[in-house]
Design a protein around this ligand. Structure first.
Ligand SMILES: [Fe+2]
Length: 289
């Protein structure tokens, strides 16, 4: 280990310490990380006070993070890292476009039968979703696991109102496609919403005078044996925030019609409706893997 390192010599010296890493990929990632992190530090002439602010910031992101409050995921989202990683790994192909997972996915969500009401009793305008999962050859994918989650009509996910909902998981479910690749559920119409700004990530958005808003959407995550997994979401056509999503996730191919219906019409599941409702239907394509 050399001593008397300078601004010019320290980077290579740190990089050398990864020569004996457990594998080549680990070595490559850390060598590049050190290179870019130190180049960045030299370039902006980072002050000690700014370094301390950054360390304190990350510590607070960590302290706030939990299985239901993914502040680190949100940090990655608002810096465009989540979408970049998705783009690098799922850039091209015949499958439905993917996009970021977002900070509100929760493991341990309830299973639901097709057609079930997954709103968890949260009040709102009824929404009927009918979907179909095909492979890249157009064949239906039976038994695919379909995760879905979305906000309520005021833009809040269930995990943001745990007290009000007594910790119940609402507006999210794990479904399975039938033999024809179809799946369906009833829930409530979501709404555009601000990403959480009461934590450290909110400080970045305020400092940048950035909008925290995300356009209205429904999240989906698909798993099926023999197929590539897919994480995506559908956005409502006409939403005012489509072109300025705080986390950069919108793709034209994922903009869907949320069709309004009047009271007195019949829902796709045959229910005669006494109140206005919306329907959305979509065909998702999974890449064979
Ligand atoms: Fe979301």
């Amino acid at each position: 280990m050399s001593i008397d390192l300078t601004e010019e010599t320290i980077t290579a010296e740190v990089q050398k310490t990864f020569d004996g890493a457990v594998d080549e990929r680990t070595r490559e990632i850390f060598v590049k990380l050190v290179q870019h992190l130190q180049d960045f530090t030299r370039e902006v002439r980072l002050t000690g006070e700014e370094w301390f602010t950054a360390v304190d910031f990350l510590e607070r992101v960590g302290r706030l993070s939990s299985p239901t409050r993914q502040e680190f995921v949100l940090l990655s989202d608002i810096l465009g890292l989540s979408v970049l990683v998705d783009q690098i790994n799922h850039g091209e192909g015949s499958a439905t476009d993917s996009t970021l997972l977002g900070p509100f996915y929760v493991e341990g969500r309830p299973h639901a039968e097709n057609g079930a009401d997954i709103s968890g009793g949260v009040p709102g305008m009824p929404l009927f979703f009918t979907g179909r999962v095909l492979d890249s050859a157009g064949e239906p994918v039976a038994g695919a696991h379909v995760d879905t989650w979305h906000s309520d009509g005021e833009g809040f996910y269930n995990v943001q109102q745990a007290d009000k909902l007594h910790g119940e998981l609402a507006m999210r479910a794990l479904l399975s496609t039938g033999g024809d690749g179809r799946f369906s559920f009833r829930s409530i119409v979501p709404r555009y919403y601000p990403v959480p700004t009461d934590g450290p990530c909110g400080e970045i958005l305020r400092a940048a005078r950035r909008s925290p808003m995300r356009p209205e959407h429904i999240h989906f995550r698909f798993h099926a044996p023999g197929h590539e997994p897919l994480v995506t979401m559908l956005f409502r056509r006409g939403d005012p925030y489509l072109e300025r999503d705080a986390v950069f996730g919108v793709k034209r191919s994922l903009v869907a019609d949320f069709v309004p219906h009047e009271a007195g019409e019949t829902a796709p599941d045959g229910t005669p409706m006494t109140e206005p409702f919306q329907t959305v239907s979509w065909v998702f394509t999974l890449e064979r893997g």
